[in-house]
Design a protein around this ligand. Structure first.
Ligand SMILES: NC(=O)C1=CN([C@@H]2O[C@H](COP(=O)(O)OP(=O)(O)OC[C@H]3O[C@@H](n4cnc5c(N)ncnc54)[C@H](OP(=O)(O)O)[C@@H]3O)[C@@H](O)[C@H]2O)C=CC1
Ligand SMILES: O=C(CO)COP(=O)(O)O
Length: 333
């Protein structure tokens, strides 16, 4: 039985722990709060995040990061992206030397503009051959309800990605392996920002034409940007690209989409932040994504417009003029 540790007991960490257990792994979760670990052990429920999900008995939890990591063959990281580096400093020696390290996170680090796999390599001293990124259309509440979904399991390490795919394949979760870590991570991070834009548009009363236009042009700028970083353009036609873009932009379950919706409806940024209990990665990552895109000369107008609303105090209504009055251009330029 493969032994797996999941650091992070939020929505996705918890749903992914259930996948791993259903696939036959023995799973230990690290919870930041002792009461969350206690409830998982005694009631098999994580009520703050996924109250409907009854976790399998073989999922255990602890708030001690060293106890959590002991003996794990696979270590899964599922905390907010901006906290990863500091956490890895604390957890570093808890992660076994040969363990495969999986990122579930969809963000870009502020300041360094690094992808999560790069942060794991640097701060966790992990060989890229052992780093795996899991991404795709995977809204945690739907996965927790065991609704069928597929995902990409990307790594430059063939053994590592095969091991993680094997460890997380269930009748309701189908992993596909891929070697394109850059494209997989960029797809996951940028779609959160596009979902913020779509949410704002919906919140302002716009319909499906606006949503589809933002989604499609959002995918175009994601691919243009990703390719500048060295991604395979085909990745953006797959689960970590169009797949996740569609799920996140279409679903009210998406925290980024909902965050944008509330802004579009007229709530202030401070009000929406106070009203949002879970992680909406695009809110912070739009800034680092924009910085990274500018550093490689990629034009990302939707990301730029979202960043102007979220970080520079522009009114969401300005989104329309910011995007619609730009110089005309070829669809594929
Ligand atoms: N939810 C989803 O549907 C999906 C999410 N993802 C990605 O997974 C990642 C994790 O998201 P998700 O689980 O949804 O987030 P949640 O907001 O649901 O949970 C965050 C988890 O991280 C913990 N946490 C918060 N701050 C810190 C910190 N400073 N140090 C350590 N732990 C901390 C929280 O603990 P506490 O409860 O104590 O606050 C909680 O366990 C994100 O990058 C997200 O984009 C990817 C695919 C699907
Ligand atoms: O990444 C996700 C679905 O694939 C979850 O999106 P949100 O973080 O916006 O909820």
């Amino acid at each position: 039985m493969t032994s797996v540790t999941v650091y992070g007991s939020g929505s996705w960490g918890t749903a992914y722990a259930a996948i791993l257990a259903d696939a036959g792994c023995s799973v230990t979760m690290w919870s930041r709060r002792a009461e969350v670990a206690r409830a998982i052990n005694e009631e098999h429920i994580n009520s703050a995040y996924l109250p409907e999900l009854v976790l399998p008995q073989r999922v255990r939890a602890t708030d001690d990061p060293h106890e959590a990591g002991a003996g794990a063959e696979i270590v899964v990281l599922a905390v907010p992206s901006q906290t990863l580096r500091d956490n890895l400093v604390v957890w570093g020696d808890a992660i076994e030397g040969e363990a495969v390290v999986v990122s579930l996170m969809k963000g870009i680090e502020l300041g360094t503009t690094k992808r999560m796999s790069q942060v794991i390599e640097e701060a966790g001293s992990v060989d890229p051959q052992r780093i795996v990124v899991v991404s795709g259309p995977n809204l945690a509440p739907e996965i927790a309800a065991k609704q069928p979904a597929a995902a990409v399991v990307a790594s430059v390490g063939k053994n590592a990605r095969a091991k993680v795919a094997e460890a997380s394949a269930t009748p309701y979760f189908r992993p596909y392996t891929n070697g394109d870590v850059i494209g997989t991570e960029i797809g996951g991070a940028v779609k959160n920002v596009i979902a913020l834009a779509v949410g704002m548009a919906k919140g302002m009363g716009m319909g499906d034409n606006s949503m589809a236009s933002l989604l499609t042009r959002g995918l175009a700028e994601t691919a243009r940007f990703g390719v500048r970083l060295g991604a395979d353009p085909q990745t953006f036609l797959g689960l970590a690209g169009v797949g996740d873009m569609v799920a996140t932009c279409a679903s009210p379950l998406s925290r980024n989409n909902s965050f944008g919706f509330k802004l579009g409806q007229g709530m202030t940024l401070a009000e929406v932040v106070a009203d949002t209990k879970q992680t909406a990665e695009g809110v912070k990552s739009c800034e680092s994504i924009l910085a990274l895109a500018r550093s490689v000369g990629a034009d990302v107008p939707i990301v730029e417009a979202v960043e102007a609303v979220v970080h520079e105090g522009r009114d969401p209504k300005d989104l329309v003029s910011l995007l619609m009055t730009r110089a005309l251009k070829h669809e594929r330029s």
